[in-house]
Design a binder for this molecule. Sequence first.
Ligand code: AHM
Ligand code: MG
Length: 337
Amino acid sequence: MIMHKVTTLNQFIIERQAEIPGATGEFSRLLHHIGIAAKKVHREVNKAGLVDILGKVGSINVQGEDQQKLDVYADKTFMDELRASGECCGVATEENQDIVVFEEGLSKDGKYIICMDPLDGSSNIDVNVSVGTIFSIYKRISPIGEPLVMDDFFQPGTEQVAAGYVIYGSSTMLVYTSGNGVNGFTLDTSIGEFCLSHPNMQTPESGKIYSINEGNYVNFPVGVKKFIKYCQEKDEATNRPYTSRYIGSLVADFHRNMLKGGVFLYPQTSSHPTGKLRLLYECNPMAFIAEQSGGLATDGEQRILEIKPEALHQRVPLYTGSKKMVQKVQEFLTFFN
Ligand code: AHM
Ligand code: MG
């Protein structure tokens, strides 16, 4: 029998801690609690198809528990775990209009703040399609002991200490970076642990996949329209035509492209004149992971990570994925500007 050494997320975090300048047990504890919340959300997402058996949203199930919408459940679960970690003093999420400040216990003196989308793509749940959690970790810049300020949350993505996502797919995976490469962990449900399955993830320099909601085609910038036609034209030297793949769940589309090579585009449209995806908890974390895996992420004009946030729920266009493909999109956008 061949025995492989299994490295769990917790072991990995502790082993890596020494490699990250300035990292402490506090940061490890934070990631550990994110892992716990991810497992709880995994459990609920996997029961989603049983809603007719277990009870609908708003009803009370046989255990006497309220059935919640999954995105509300995910938000509360991550919030509770982050508070329990004692290392995080405030959170911005897609579910809350304003920041949530932890003012009690150890948490109020926590060093870190978190921006997160607790359950992205949640409209896909009803049809059994992959959804995800996206998170971004920063050190607070306001002094500990004083009230948090909005500038704690309006740091550019370059200041992220770590970022990651959880994909609730055919398997559940947690992928994260703390600025030293990207590593992926698959949840082994038999032991309830995230196990290192994808060490040092690297995205191919180029690929064959383009991902965009072409239903919005008529409203795209000219450069994007021309790029789509470029993807569809035959050319042996560049291995075209490319293949179109779009799930409509950012984490799933991004994850596939990172593994296989491809580009994801969400430009501005008439219904979303500055783009649909949110800078703080969708674009920045994905951009950090993209760059750490050898890819790129831009808004068409500049690196996503260099944008100075101005609002909590700010939206920006997003072009991310394999380096050469993002550069090609950029060429089209610049030329047809
Ligand atoms: P949400 O935060 O409301 O779930 O929306 C974000 C999702 C992303 O996961 C996905 O990339 C995008 O919306 C898809 O949008 P569209 O349906 O317009 O193509
Ligand atoms: Mg979202």
